[in-house]
Design a protein around this ligand. Structure first.
Ligand SMILES: [Zn+2]
Length: 323
């Protein structure tokens, strides 16, 4: 039986210190998308590397990429044992609109036992959890039963444009037996969760043009010219049938069906469909027939329209068939 008393005691004793360290990191506005924060992004990387060294890692460096820097840390004190690589990111999303924040995004605040700040749960909080756990083990047990590497990037929120190149150039440095990523949600606060796959993303922007001559009066030409907004609505409407199944030919060709055991595990989770619909403010959950909401969210591919615009956008109405 694993003895955890010493670890629990360490965590209790160091909880406040860990929280304060996380808050200090959260105060650095490491917004990767906005060039005005470039120096802050680097400062966040340097701050993290210093903390990792202070916690007992053998190495923690701020390495250059073609964009924002990457933090690399390691503790390789268990020769012959497996090596786990922890991936995370220290950059954050922009904070607009500011008036929707209950407290300023870069001034961490604890409310009802939850810490609020930009990056608190995506992904600085998780990264801190990993290195504090490392420190707890190292300081109580003096060693770890495996080797640890950390790679914390600064461009995840902008699609990691330079990360492939970084990984390719540091192949040997990053070599490991298993990669651990904590940049995904947990099912609930009291259900520990293992994410075994994530969705990929492909997107298109589709333009449908109307009359080349320009906007035409709908009272005069309605019924004689195809309206591009109507045409686009038809296209969007036909992407799914009435049972929520996507109608694009070949769309499901390479999708593996769920195994009965997988379905049983998903079904065993305490998920309340009615409560979730209420929480989201929708009359009911909706989706592909034959699958539960969790199966549709976690397993089935989806197709969604993220925005649609066209025609007259000003105040009131204007009788046009838009160009
Ligand atoms: Zn993230």
């Amino acid at each position: 039986m694993l003895q955890t008393d010493d670890l629990t005691r360490y965590c209790d004793d160091h909880r406040q210190e860990a929280l304060e360290e996380l808050e200090a990191w959260l105060r650095i506005p490491s917004i990767s998308a906005d060039g005005a924060y470039r120096a802050d992004v680097r400062r966040a990387a340097e701050h993290a590397a210093a903390r990792m060294l202070a916690l007992g890692m053998q190495r923690a460096d701020v390495l250059e990429s073609k964009g924002h820097p990457v933090i690399y840390g390691e503790w390789l004190g268990a020769p012959g044992k497996p090596t786990a690589l922890v991936y995370g990111h220290y950059d954050v999303q922009p904070v607009d609109p500011l008036d929707l924040w209950a407290s300023p995004p870069f001034e961490p605040q604890v409310r009802d036992g939850h810490l609020f700040a930009r990056g608190a749960v995506d992904d600085k909080g998780q990264v801190v959890m990993h290195w504090e756990a490392f420190a707890a083990h190292l300081r109580t047990r003096k060693s770890l039963p495996l080797n640890l590497k950390y790679v914390i990037e600064g461009e995840e929120e902008i699609g990691s444009p330079n990360f492939d190149d970084f990984v390719a150039r540091h192949r040997d440095l990053l070599a490991c037996d298993v990669v651990i990523i904590s940049d995904t949600p947990v099912f609930s606060e009291d259900v520990p969760s293992l994410t075994i796959a994530v969705r990929g993303l492909v997107n298109w922007e589709v333009h449908v043009d109307g009359p080349m001559l320009g906007d035409q009066h709908s009272g005069l030409f309605g019924g004689a010219i195809d309206n591009p907004i109507n045409a686009l609505a038809h296209i969007v409407a036909k992407l799914k049938d009435e049972h929520g199944r996507i109608t694009v030919p070949g769309f499901y060709d390479d999708v593996r069906e769920l195994e009965p055991a997988e379905r049983a595990e998903i079904a065993a989770l305490p998920f309340d469909e009615t409560a979730e619909a209420k929480r989201l403010g929708v009359p009911q959950l909706h989706g592909e027939r034959g699958y539960t909401p969790l199966e549709r969210m976690w397993w089935r591919p989806t197709l969604d329209c993220n925005g649609i615009w066209g025609g007259y956008q000003g105040e009131g109405s204007k009788t046009i068939i838009p160009a």
